[in-house]
Design a protein around this ligand. Structure first.
Ligand SMILES: Nc1ncnc2c1ncn2[C@@H]1O[C@H](COP(=O)(O)OP(=O)(O)O)[C@@H](O)[C@H]1O
Ligand SMILES: [Mg+2]
Length: 472
């Protein structure tokens, strides 16, 4: 059976309270009893001591006066009232009793008698004397090592019974009342404390992909539950952000693919209507291939991004000579640079090794140089450099191209983001190149930075951690 936290909380601490109050009551009563007994024992032993000196004369003979208790009180000032005194001979026969003991005999249990013969004093509670139990001390009287008599002094526990009964009457209802009151108050307090949890549950239940803008309210933001609410809110916010991104991404991707399809369709329709103009049809087919290439490129980029999302953290890592990768890509792109009338140079190429995936790293190098060439007008320059700056390898591509305005700069690494859609469409980008580069750099534990000003050219810097020495 599962009880609510509220029930359990209330149950546990009322039980705890009950048990501790009981324990307190018991310890308190026991200590009180001990104190009473201690005082009684002091009183009865002092009378017994007196008796020892009274009933024996210097020659060691027993001498018991009549009404010896009255005498005791009168001559020695010993308060004997309420005490029962009894003197026994060494065999246990009664020699004398105090005047208040008519019809009462204090029994002497066998072990006590044996102890007395052995010379030891015994304190004990004797039950079967009159109405109430009695505290009795049994003390032997010896003379010259010989047992002469046994003195017993008892006092009734009557008063104490009464005290402990009243104590019980006060303690038990008191404890029950405290537990009931504490339980009731606790039950309400627990409800108050747990109210935010109930609210949180209700809010969390309401939240779906459609209303991720909902937030959990917390009345006391600093306490544990407040912090829980805050943490959950942060989580919902991240979800909301991811959902938005996915939606945006899907929208952008469909749009990017739809444009070439629309163009393709239009062109093919025109070609169909052109009757048998073979030359025109060939033109259309050539242009169609361009659009198909473009779609191909977009689909491939999307696949790359999707794969990298999946691969994140599990990227296979091998030592890669980054300088060799740069040389290779450089050779490939030389022709493109030449065709565009852009000068492409390598300024520095330190031999560095990084841990990673060679294909991905090659893609990163390619994309950055490719952008630099594409966004640099004829007559411009692109300079590539690879430096070792322990613990990192720094790959830099600097161009004298069109540059990027400060308004656009923060977004160029976003998926599908292009500064000038119309113009960049001509050079074939879909705005995915830099986001792929960023993913690659991050998957390798590095980063990419862009510096640019319109008209002054751009510099892209990729920083990747070097492979630990010995890895190559
Ligand atoms: N070297 C550069 N010089 C100027 N603008 C650049 C450069 N590199 C990237 N950009 C801008 O950043 C945008 C995003 O780049 P990228 O993600 O590679 O997409 P694209 O497919 O358009 O090349 C580009 O459309 C371009 O406007
Ligand atoms: Mg690009």
């Amino acid at each position: 059976m599962a009880f609510s936290i509220r029930t359990r909380l209330t149950f546990w601490y009322t039980t705890l309270l009950f048990v501790s109050l009981l324990a307190f009551g018991a310890i308190f009563s026991y200590s009180l009893l001990k104190i009473f007994i201690y005082r009684m024992d002091n009183q009865i032993i002092s009378i017994a001591d007196m008796m020892v000196h009274t009933v024996i004369n210097p020659s060691g003979k027993l001498f018991i006066p009549r009404d010896f208790d009255i005498m005791l009180e009168r001559f020695f000032g010993v308060r004997t009232a309420g005490s029962y005194i009894q003197v026994l001979d060494p065999h246990g026969g009664i020699l004398a009793k105090s005047s208040n003991m008519e019809g009462i005999t204090i029994t002497v249990p066998a072990p006590t008698y044996r102890a007395a013969i052995g010379g030891a004093t015994t304190y004990e509670v004797v039950r079967k004397v009159g109405k109430y139990p009695m505290r009795v001390v049994t003390k032997p009287i010896e003379h010259g090592g010989r047992l002469v008599a046994i003195v017993q002094v008892g006092t009734s526990l009557e008063g104490m019974d009464e005290i402990f009964n009243s104590l019980l009457y006060i303690l038990i209802p008191g404890i029950i009342a405290s537990v009931v009151v504490a339980g009731a108050v606790g039950w309400f307090l627990a409800r108050k404390a747990l109210k935010p949890v109930i609210e949180m549950t209700a809010t969390a239940r309401k939240i779906t992909a459609e209303n991720l803008d909902e937030r959990i309210r917390a009345d006391v933001p600093q306490d544990e539950l407040g912090r829980l609410a805050e943490t959950m809110n942060e989580m919902i916010e991240r979800l909301e952000h991811s959902f938005k991104q996915i939606r945006q991404f899907t929208g952008d991707a469909s749009h990017e693919l739809k444009t070439p399809l629309t163009i393709l369709k239009g062109e093919i329709e025109m070609a169909l209507r052109s009757k048998d103009d073979v030359k025109y049809m060939k033109e259309v087919l050539a242009s169609s291939i361009e659009e198909i290439d473009r779609m191909n490129y977009i689909v491939k980029s999307l696949l790359d991004l999707a794969r990298m999302d999946v691969e994140k953290g599990t990227l296979a890592k091998h030592p890669v000579r980054l300088d060799k990768v740069v040389s290779e890509r450089f050779e490939h792109l030389k022709k493109l640079a030449f065709d565009n009338g852009v000068r492409l140079d390598i300024l520095e190429r330190s031999p560095v090794t990084v841990l990673g995936d060679e294909v991905r790293l090659s893609q990163l190098v390619y994309n950055l140089i490719d952008n630099a060439i594409k966004y640099t007008p004829e007559g411009g320059r692109v300079e590539v450099s690879l430096q070792e700056k322990a613990p990192n390898a720094v790959f830099r591509v600097k161009d004298t191209g069109v540059g990027i305005s400060a308004d656009d700069l923060p977004f160029i690494f976003d998926r599908f983001y292009r500064v000038d859609k119309a113009r960049t469409r001509e050079v074939g980008g879909a705005g995915l190149g830099l986001s792929i580069c960023m993913e690659i750099a991050e998957a390798h534990g590095g980063s990419i930075e862009a510096q640019s000003a319109p008209g002054a050219g751009s510099t892209f810097t990729a920083t990747l951690p070097l492979a630990p020495s010995g890895a190559a």
